[in-house]
Design a protein around this ligand. Structure first.
Ligand code: 5GP
Length: 126
């Protein structure tokens, strides 16, 4: 099934400059910005500038340049926000919600970079 991208989603509006954001890193293909409702002291969203709905869409259709750039930006965000593990201290979690079961709110692929406190177990018991 082809991926249907909604150009009215909130991150598309951010990319078009119609809604402000607090940028952490920006490159040719990627934007990283602060989540508006942070769930930890560090909560940054990393998005490709291309029209991708979720991770599997991005992974299958993005160019090598977009894929590489996205990953480099994630690493840069981790270092820049100070959450990269140092010995027995610090650390972070990366997660991406997709679709109904993933409870994805915004239908533009994004990776959450979360840290700055102990994040506990990965998932709540279902
Ligand atoms: P999802 O549930 O789709 O994985 O997460 C969407 C995230 O986008 C949420 O953490 C939410 O707080 C964030 N978000 C929603 N609207 C905005 C917005 O207008 N600006 C920013 N910076 N973050 C937003």
């Amino acid at each position: 099934m082809p991926y249907a991208y909604d150009d009215d989603n909130i991150f598309a509006k951010i990319l078009r400059g119609e809604i402000p954001n607090t940028t952490v890193v920006e490159t040719e293909h990627t934007l990283a910005f602060e989540d508006i409702r942070p769930q930890a002291p560090v909560h940054v969203l990393v998005i490709p500038k291309g029209r991708y709905v979720n991770f599997d869409h991005f992974a299958s259709e993005a160019s090598d340049a977009e894929l590489a750039d996205f990953n480099r930006v994630v690493g840069e965000v981790i270092r820049k926000t100070g959450v990269a593990p140092e010995g027995a201290e610090k650390g972070y979690r990366l997660l991406s919600n997709a679709g109904v079961d993933g409870v994805q709110e915004v239908p533009h692929f994004h990776l959450h970079v979360v840290g700055g406190r102990n994040l506990g177990r990965m998932l709540q018991p279902g």
